[in-house]
Write a protein that binds this ligand. Sequence first.
Ligand SMILES: *[C@@H]1O[C@H](CO)[C@@H](O)[C@H](O)[C@H]1NC(C)=O
Ligand SMILES: *[C@@H]1O[C@H](CO)[C@@H](O)[C@H](O)[C@H]1NC(C)=O
Ligand SMILES: *[C@@H]1O[C@H](CO)[C@@H](O)[C@H](O)[C@H]1NC(C)=O
Ligand SMILES: *[C@@H]1O[C@H](CO)[C@@H](O)[C@H](O)[C@H]1NC(C)=O
Ligand SMILES: *[C@@H]1O[C@H](CO)[C@@H](O)[C@H](O)[C@H]1NC(C)=O
Ligand SMILES: *[C@@H]1O[C@H](CO)[C@@H](O)[C@H](O)[C@H]1NC(C)=O
Ligand SMILES: *[C@@H]1O[C@H](CO)[C@@H](O)[C@H](O)[C@H]1NC(C)=O
Ligand SMILES: *[C@@H]1O[C@H](CO)[C@@H](O)[C@H](O)[C@H]1NC(C)=O
Ligand SMILES: *[C@@H]1O[C@H](CO)[C@@H](O)[C@H](O)[C@H]1NC(C)=O
Ligand SMILES: *[C@@H]1O[C@H](CO)[C@@H](O)[C@H](O)[C@H]1NC(C)=O
Ligand SMILES: *[C@@H]1O[C@H](CO)[C@@H](O)[C@H](O)[C@H]1NC(C)=O
Length: 641
Amino acid sequence: MRLKAVVLYQILAVTAWTTSSSSSSQQKLAAPSPPEPEPIDVFELPLPPVTQNETERGCTRKINPHGTGCIGATTSNLNGGNFLPDGDHVTASLVFTGAPAAPDPASNYQGLHLIIVRVNGTNFPNGDPWKCITCGVPASQQYGLTSTMDYGYPQAFTDGTRILAGSYIIDCGSAQLASAECTPDKVHIYPIRWNTTPAGNGSGGSIRELRKHPDDVHISFNSIAYVGGTMAQYAYFSRLEFNPAPTTGTPLTPRYDLVNVTVLYNSNAQPIFSTNGSHLTIDRQSITVGEARGLSGLGDQVDYLGFPAESCNIDIFGVSLKTGEVVRVTRDPEYVDPIDTSPDGKWVVIMDTTTSHRMMFLAGMRGIPPLVDSLVTGAVSSIRNNGLRRFFQPWLVDRHGAREDKNGSYYMGQQINAVGNEEPGSINDPSWNGGADPRWSLDGTKITYYQMLVTAPDCGGSNPLPCPISTEPGHRHVRLMVANLTSRRPLAVRPIEPVSDTVPWGQKYVPGSSLPDPPSFPFGNFTLAGLVSGYADVSFISDSAGVSLKTVVARYHNYSDDGDNFIAGTEQVTTTYPNLTMIHVDWFSDLHSTGTSRSSKVTSPGGFHFDIDIQKNKFYANGTLITTVDGVTYRQPENGT
Ligand SMILES: *[C@@H]1O[C@H](CO)[C@@H](O)[C@H](O)[C@H]1NC(C)=O
Ligand SMILES: *[C@@H]1O[C@H](CO)[C@@H](O)[C@H](O)[C@H]1NC(C)=O
Ligand SMILES: *[C@@H]1O[C@H](CO)[C@@H](O)[C@H](O)[C@H]1NC(C)=O
Ligand SMILES: *[C@@H]1O[C@H](CO)[C@@H](O)[C@H](O)[C@H]1NC(C)=O
Ligand SMILES: *[C@@H]1O[C@H](CO)[C@@H](O)[C@H](O)[C@H]1NC(C)=O
Ligand SMILES: *[C@@H]1O[C@H](CO)[C@@H](O)[C@H](O)[C@H]1NC(C)=O
Ligand SMILES: *[C@@H]1O[C@H](CO)[C@@H](O)[C@H](O)[C@H]1NC(C)=O
Ligand SMILES: *[C@@H]1O[C@H](CO)[C@@H](O)[C@H](O)[C@H]1NC(C)=O
Ligand SMILES: *[C@@H]1O[C@H](CO)[C@@H](O)[C@H](O)[C@H]1NC(C)=O
Ligand SMILES: *[C@@H]1O[C@H](CO)[C@@H](O)[C@H](O)[C@H]1NC(C)=O
Ligand SMILES: *[C@@H]1O[C@H](CO)[C@@H](O)[C@H](O)[C@H]1NC(C)=O
């Protein structure tokens, strides 16, 4: 998660990018009226009991009479996953603690494991509402485990027998995971290996953020690379192939190999900014995948975090695997990245920062073209969190995205967990913040998500709330949730035909080959014409070595890309990088717009200067940047929060 910001400032700063070709006015014409809010019933799922004593045998029979494990109040590292195909179970990974030593059978309930949890209020035959899938698996059936592994983003396959978790596939042979036939002796844990050498030797490449395709045979993943001395990230699409007896590469155990790998990078595309003489063009049709976030419900599209379509507004874009056609999936001004599409492709569930208004001081003024974003996307993305605290809440949005309705009010989707009084522990308690990813059930009637309670030292100041005491059992700081979309009729569950291994616009990955070079940046002074009216004078100024972009200056003259917002004024931003993870930004804005709203984005005299470490997500500024939209004022978070 946190490496993403590196990517955004390194990769998106310099490579081609893409946005939907449709301006918001076109989108408005094409999109139907926004849906009315629908009834949503949110409830919490049970988890193993909490022990306050995390030493050996601290998980006593008094705490868990069944001897099936305990978790710590703050150490469980819960990752909620998706639904099994029956819709009656949700997958999750967590860390058990306090188990006795072997040969006590309860010793199996220690450390990192994968569980499934009943959704419908019933129990497994042993009386627990959850079942640990990986506890007690014979050591000879666990391959390639490492001390730093995780089972993040657990994703059950649609056959009910396998789960992708971290970079492992856990299967129960032919037994349904939820059935009594699925016992630990039938479970195998296989590593996934990405070969990166021509000879097929070595341990393979490091992969992250794996997302299963709904066809059960492909995945998307990301990998950090070092290109020209800087850190960057590339996204990939690949087939999973079971290899029962590999002859090269480690681990030399049964494993899944990634074959037919495609780099999701279009080297034939126009760069983000192209120039012709003094004219600057922003290409809204080329493809750049900053970080792949998964595949859409119908399996035809990769969703990804892309270079902003509007300044400082971090959104998800989707690109068709077959045609390379790009759509802008999210549009609202707040930060978004976790996303899942409903199995019929008609809805998305996202996690975003909307309820906190945290990013409005940056992105509340609409229609500013993404010029300074070549410099600030990484820094801006990093402001979304306060340390480990995320400000995510789950939202349900139809596939046409945020837009105005006919009455002129703004639809940004429906907050899924809006019920409650914001009291401690309530469904909409803002101190509980979402993790990645929220997930649809295969029949489209339920969504599962999980949350973490804000924990010291990330509670201080007046923007985040003071540190609360958890009202959950054992004061645990995690909770696993289900939202029942009670008015929806179940969709027919249909298998998805495997898609092609070939992504025509991508670049076939050849093990050992070097990664695509980013295009060079056009330094100089240019004019950018608004798509609807006006223009901007733009200067892209390099560092003294003439290598990297250092400063962007933009002067707007009644500039409009959307016909809704007409922008005037100036903005100038310079960034420096004290080290690999630290960004310092010097920002001067005096922007004003008219049109559907009266907005401004203005820095204090002397400018707005901030530091952010993209791995620490702590914001420190001198000066202010204030955005005002129709009289509503949005300010930056307090320093250190
Ligand atoms: C934790 O549990 C262990 C094993 O039961 C016990 O020896 C120890 O005294 C307990 N510690 C506390 C603080 O209760
Ligand atoms: C709850 O889920 C279990 C497991 O799928 C199923 O056997 C049982 O019939 C369900 N019970 C209800 C009341 O839906
Ligand atoms: C793979 O084998 C080649 C040729 O023997 C060797 O040069 C290279 O270092 C090996 N790579 C790894 C990752 O083991
Ligand atoms: C996919 O990979 C398999 C096994 O490595 C290979 O035989 C096949 O030719 C590849 N297909 C394509 C389209 O590259
Ligand atoms: C660049 O501008 C010139 C002069 O306006 C025009 O003739 C030419 O076609 C343009 N080139 C491209 C690639 O758009
Ligand atoms: C918009 O106007 C229509 C018709 O006047 C009305 O039925 C609808 O409820 C209004 N929607 C909102 C969100 O106010
Ligand atoms: C979801 O709501 C529907 C309609 O009220 C109900 O029939 C169903 O049992 C609920 N499902 C769960 C898992 O609560
Ligand atoms: C480019 O524009 C900047 C103002 O943004 C100006 O200071 C500079 O002189 C211009 N350079 C050229 C070569 O016109
Ligand atoms: C800005 O452009 C729009 C559309 O061309 C025009 O209606 C408006 O009068 C212009 N405003 C100014 C201040 O020039
Ligand atoms: C970068 O500098 C900051 C502030 O001095 C420091 O906290 C951080 O650890 C440094 N990061 C690296 C990678 O050196
Ligand atoms: C803020 O100003 C202080 C005092 O001049 C300086 O030490 C600090 O580095 C500045 N911080 C930022 C983020 O500009």
